[in-house]
Design a protein around this ligand. Structure first.
Ligand SMILES: [Zn+2]
Length: 73
């Protein structure tokens, strides 16, 4: 079972992690400990899925991989 990403909204104070726009899939990382989340620059969507950096695996490189993680060998 993989952990469900946390849903966050533009304007929230967010921490380190990877953020994926729920609408267009735009992906970016935030490396500051506290930062205001902006609207998506591509589609102005305000909702993101948050993937904490600690959960990122070497074999997960795209948003599709996050939704369907490759099986470990
Ligand atoms: Zn977007």
């Amino acid at each position: 079972m993989s952990e469900a990403p946390k849903r966050v909204k533009a304007g929230d104070k967010v921490g380190k992690g990877r953020y994926v726009c729920v609408d267009c899939g735009l992906e970016f990382e935030i490396n500051d400990s506290q930062q205001d989340l902006r609207k998506c620059p591509a589609c102005a969507c305000e909702m993101y899925d948050c993937f904490p950096v600690t959960h990122i695996r070497d074999d997960i490189k795209t948003p599709d991989d996050v939704k369907n993680p490759p099986k470990r060998k």
